[in-house]
Design a protein around this ligand. Structure first.
Ligand SMILES: NC(=O)c1ccc[n+]([C@@H]2O[C@H](COP(=O)([O-])OP(=O)(O)OC[C@H]3O[C@@H](n4cnc5c(N)ncnc54)[C@H](OP(=O)(O)O)[C@@H]3O)[C@@H](O)[C@H]2O)c1
Length: 223
């Protein structure tokens, strides 16, 4: 059984994923931003992490290091959608979104890499919203809408590709689209439950995919 680290494990997709890994017998460590983290279901321990704060990232990494455990799977799930209502770019929202979804996630990942053993897996929860090839596909996303979120996920995808190249033969790196999911971010009209999304991410995380892929329900999707 493996040690799993999931960011944003207190609600939404992250919470469903923590429950799924725990139900399969894995040891789950989760991070949270809101609340006290004492009761994150499925997590053996929870750590406060604010991905918009370099100090919080450094202190969370230090706390995780004190566990003295190897991490087998890191799921970078935490993220924000701050410009859902926007059809034009609001620079301040772009800055804040990049801080969490891209820069903070990359900073945290880099600090975790030394604790992820050979054969480990880093899974970034991305979105088809960040796909350059799907950018004009009005069936999946409104072209021009929520630009900050799309930019942040496109950049996160490129981070996954560069990291995959760097860690080839040692650690697998994947990007995954969870689907349109009924969470605070996805809204009540979304087509999938958090549990269904968690099933897909779980299958990818414990599988042995080719490194550097972008996935949805076990299929490759375009970058
Ligand atoms: N829902 C969808 O339809 C959908 C579609 C495509 C991709 N995604 C991606 O799936 C992931 C999970 O989304 P979700 O739908 O579960 O959203 P959600 O319910 O809004 O949950 C977001 C999670 O991110 C954490 N978080 C937010 N800001 C943070 C920060 N500054 N530092 C650390 N953690 C922070 C939250 O922590 P707290 O609760 O502790 O505040 C929460 O656990 C995201 O990366 C999202 O972009 C979602």
């Amino acid at each position: 059984m493996a040690n799993i680290l999931i960011t944003g494990a207190g609600k939404g997709i992250g919470r469903a994923l923590a429950r799924k890994f725990a139900a399969e017998g894995h040891t789950v460590f989760g991070t949270y931003l809101s609340g006290n983290g004492g009761g994150i279901e499925g997590c053996a321990a929870a750590f406060r992490l604010d991905l918009s704060s370099p100090e919080s990232i450094a202190s969370c990494a230090a706390e995780l290091a004190k566990l003295g455990k190897k991490i087998h799977i890191l799921v970078n799930n935490a993220g924000v959608l701050l410009d859902e209502e926007e059809t034009h770019l609001v620079p301040e929202k772009l800055r804040k979104t990049l801080e969490v979804n891209t820069i903070g996630t990359a900073d945290f990942t880099e600090r975790m890499v030394p604790f992820i053993g050979k054969g480990g897996h880093i899974v970034n929860v991305s979105s088809t919203a960040g796909s350059l090839e799907l950018a004009d596909d009005s069936a999946s996303h409104y072209p021009g809408h929520y630009p900050a979120y799309k930019i942040s996920k496109a950049a996160l995808n490129m981070y996954a590709r560069t990291l995959a190249g760097r860690l080839t033969g040692r650690i697998t790196v994947s990007s995954v689209h969870p689907g349109w999911v009924r969470t605070d971010m996805g809204g009540p009209e979304a087509s999938m439950s958090p549990e269904e999304a968690a099933e897909g991410i779980y299958a990818l995380a414990v599988g042995e995919p080719e490194t550097g892929g972008f996935w949805f329900k076990g299929e490759r999707i375009p970058w």
